[in-house]
Ligand binder design. Structure first.
Ligand SMILES: NC(=O)c1ccc[n+]([C@@H]2O[C@H](COP(=O)([O-])OP(=O)(O)OC[C@H]3O[C@@H](n4cnc5c(N)ncnc54)[C@H](OP(=O)(O)O)[C@@H]3O)[C@@H](O)[C@H]2O)c1
Length: 239
């Protein structure tokens, strides 16, 4: 996601510094930035003194956050605390990209003032990270785009690959999400930055849809074997 924001900010003429840990970014001036290196974060932020910091780095692998709880805490909570403190010191407006995983998903269509109740360690650490943020907390949901970012795919790219294989693709009908196109999210985040929007904002797609319906519409639009998408239920899948 960070890469898409950097791309769009650069294309409108902003001076962009792109933090990275492992994958050199394609847009903006690449700056080494390790969430596990507190002094390094502070030094980098104080050296650049950016007007705006968009903090999208995180340990996003949900299963890994369960297996490696200490690492998830260090990156998503401690790392965010240090970014937040450094941004205050540097006088930067901070936007923290958070997630719908801070909710338990039992109801859906959450509003900004609904009570969080994370059911995963990923969601919990992202929520704890929110508590340090003094600027804008931008919560998003199921981000997709046409290119893999940081070597990681997304639901739409996964679906295309599976459809290309010609096999049946089971997709669940009983999980509802609001998928968010990365370019739309980047536009919303940049607007939040320009307007210095303080507080919590849900920045996600406008439509609630099941994974199955999303997959079906997507495949139809790309004319890619929509009849290969098999309606399934969460309980049918072997995780
Ligand atoms: N994907 C979604 O559906 C979704 C939905 C809602 C919210 N979000 C939030 O949006 C943000 C971006 O998500 P994403 O899906 O784009 O994540 P991602 O593809 O996993 O990217 C994670 C980013 O974190 C960086 N990173 C990883 N380890 C780091 C470290 N030790 N120090 C500094 N940076 C490190 C990565 O840089 P390198 O590539 O250099 O390692 C990469 O830029 C996250 O905060 C996530 O919680 C995502």
């Amino acid at each position: 996601m960070g890469g898409k924001i950097a791309e769009m900010a650069q294309s409108r003429g902003d001076e962009v510094f792109s933090g990275y840990a492992h994958n050199v970014p394609a847009f903006g001036k690449a700056v080494k930035f390790d969430l596990l290196d507190g002094p390094g974060i502070s030094e980098t932020v104080m050296r650049i003194k950016p007007e705006i910091i968009i903090h999208s780095a995180a340990l996003t692998d949900v299963d890994r956050c369960e297996r490696e709880k200490k690492l998830a805490y260090k990156m998503n909570v401690e790392g965010t605390r240090i970014v937040s403190e450094a941004s205050k010191k540097a006088g930067s407006f901070l936007i923290y990209i958070s997630t719908d995983y801070i909710f338990d998903g039992s109801r859906g269509l959450y509003r900004e003032d609904d009570a969080p109740n994370p059911v995963s360690n990923y969601g919990l650490t992202k929520l704890l990270g929110e508590e340090f943020c003094h600027g804008c907390i931008a919560r998003s949901s199921v981000i997709y785009g046409k290119r893999p970012a940081s070597g990681k795919g997304n639901f739409a790219l996964w679906l295309i690959e599976r459809l290309k294989s010609g096999k049946l693709v089971p997709v669940v009908t009983d999980q509802l999400t609001t998928p968010t196109l990365n370019t739309n999210l980047a536009k919303m985040v940049l607007e939040a930055a320009d307007r210095r929007l303080y507080g919590v904002y849900h920045l996600a797609g406008a439509t609630r849809v099941s994974r199955y319906d999303f997959a079906l519409q997507f495949a139809k639009m790309l004319e890619m074997g929509a009849d290969h998408i098999l309606p399934s239920r969460i309980c049918d899948l072997k995780w």
